[in-house]
Design a binder for this molecule. Structure first.
Ligand code: ATP
Ligand code: MG
Ligand code: MG
Ligand code: MG
Length: 478
């Protein structure tokens, strides 16, 4: 079953259960300062859960464009390393706004997976919140999942991938205990069941989270009861597609096949004298993932910059470019993937097709900018790496950032490939010192009446600091 069919089967199933099909909201949230990018299907309904907003329906279903590359749910560092994480993905969801609750949510999920998608029941595992006896009993007694495949899990134990059965969209906002469904990809793959020490492997992959929305967490950490218990679920389309297409990795599903081939071609074409990079390289997966995140963010109006969303976009784009560089590309290649992406996803997301030319241009400009400094930056980094140290010092990381436009997480990504780390504390100290110098320089220019001349303060080095210093002047005046 192709991804497009999976998407429509999901939506139609919930429509048949009285849900209204609602379009995806943009990846840039409209009016939520707590959120960098849309990270879940429930975001657009946040105020409905909180009781501030009312809709004509009490049941909804969506396929939501999500980005997890910053904030509470950040998967940037997982891409290229796990079979299941993307920075951009589609989340299939069903929602009850004070309508049905645990029993129906669980029954619907089970019916869809086992009857309509025909998943073998014995490959499905479920987790429930440690104290949620009600959910446990629904799974065990009503649905009939045997006790040995139901795992009770509490709050996050702090481990990198540790399951966490209390879902929060961010540090504040709607939240509640959840129950999750995992698929066992079989003994050939490393990893243990959820809640076991091996759970960070990729054998048992979480496919669906059903959250029982009951609280609103405010900044002081207090949990306030929501006006009505509600349901919010999210299932990764790509993860479900992997299961239904009998492949293990999300990157092997139909949505990625042409994108990966296009990435290989673009990289090979940009390699001097023609290249032939390894078609199974994790770098190609990173590139194929990142073109989706970058394109959809540009569609929604973000452009690469040095702060906020623009800086997240820049970090993702430059990370992809560096992976292409690693494979041999020496000239811009990344923007060429936009056409392949539009061919793959333009039908489901017409806004992508409509913005194709603009997206291509924005990414090409960013790429041309970074290609001016990447080679010298990589030389500097390589010579630092050749030194034999276990850690790249803060000064080198800062110079790479400041002079060559290497976001520190990009430097860390290169280091991680070699089993090394970056002294991020040292890097941050130098960054703070520079900001302070910028602030002082701003004050000085103010005193000279130059601040509003429109001429950016002249710093040597990386352009973003010029922009930043102008901004600092503005803040100072305020
Ligand atoms: P994981 O533990 O695998 O990181 P999660 O618990 O962070 O997933 P949720 O916040 O519960 O994920 O999101 C609901 C669903 O969205 C998940 O069950 C999964 O199917 C999907 N999903 C979450 N993060 C990603 C991602 N980075 N890429 C692809 N799908 C994802
Ligand atoms: Mg996660
Ligand atoms: Mg999880
Ligand atoms: Mg989860």
């Amino acid at each position: 079953m192709k991804a497009a069919e999976i998407r429509s089967t999901f939506l139609k199933f919930f429509e048949s259960k009285g849900h209204t099909i609602v379009a995806s909201s943009p990846v840039v949230p409209g009016d939520d300062p707590t959120l960098l990018f849309t990270n879940a299907g429930m975001n657009q309904f946040k105020d409905v859960f909180l009781g501030f907003d009312k809709r004509a329906y009490t049941r909804a279903t969506t396929s939501q464009k999500c980005i997890r590359a910053g904030g509470k749910h950040n998967d940037l560092d997982n891409v290229g390393y796990t079979a299941r994480h993307h920075t951009f993905f589609e989340m299939l969801g069903n929602f009850s706004f004070g309508d049905y609750f645990k029993k129906d949510a669980i029954s619907y999920a089970w019916e869809l997976l086992t009857v309509h998608f025909k998943l073998p029941k014995d490959k499905l595992w479920v987790t429930v919140y440690a104290e949620d006896d009600e959910a446990y009993d629904i799974w065990n007694k009503t649905v009939g999942v045997p006790a040995e495949r139901i795992v009770r899990i509490g709050d996050n134990k702090g481990a990198r991938y540790a399951s966490d059965n209390f879902w929060m969209m961010g540090d504040t906002g709607p939240c509640g205990p959840c129950t999750e469904i995992f698929y066992d990809h079989g003994p050939g793959i490393e990893g243990g069941p959820p809640g076991s020490p091996g759970e960070d492997g990729d054998r048992y992959i979480e496919i669906w989270n059903n959250v029982f929305m009951q609280f609103n967490r405010t900044e002081d950490g207090v949990m306030h009861k929501l006006p009505k218990p509600s349901v919010d679920t999210g299932m990764g389309l790509e993860r479900l597609a992997a299961v239904l297409q009998h492949v293990h990795s999300n990157y092997e599903i139909d949505l990625f096949v042409t994108l990966l081939a296009a990435a290989k071609k673009a990289v090979d074409d940009a390699t001097p004298n023609g290249g032939d990079c390894d078609k199974d390289s994790p770098s190609l997966k990173v590139i194929a993932d990142h073109i989706r995140a970058c394109s959809f963010t540009v569609v929604d109006g973000v452009i690469p910059g040095n702060a906020g969303r623009g800086y997240v976009l820049r970090r993702i784009a430059r990370r992809a470019i560096r992976h292409g560089y690693k494979l041999g590309a020496r000239t811009p290649f990344f923007h060429k993937l936009v056409a392949a992406l539009v061919a793959e996803m333009g039908e489901a997301y017409p806004e992508l097709r409509a913005a194709q030319a603009r997206v291509t241009e924005v990414l090409q400009q960013e790429e041309e900018r970074f290609f001016k400094t990447i080679a010298t930056g990589m030389e500097l980094l390589e010579s630092a790496l050749a030194g034999g140290a276990k850690q790249i010092d803060g000064e080198t990381a800062f110079k790479l950032h400041d002079t060559f436009g290497f976001p520190v997480d990009l430097t860390a990504d290169v280091c991680r490939e070699r089993g090394l780390t970056v002294d991020e504390a040292g890097f941050n100290r130098l960054l703070d010192e520079q900001k302070e110098r910028g602030r002082q320089a701003g004050k000085f220019k103010m005193a000279q009446g130059l601040a509003w001349s429109g001429v950016p303060t002249q710093f040597h080095g990386y352009e973003h600091l010029v922009v930043e210093s102008v901004k600092v002047v503005g803040v100072y005046v305020d």
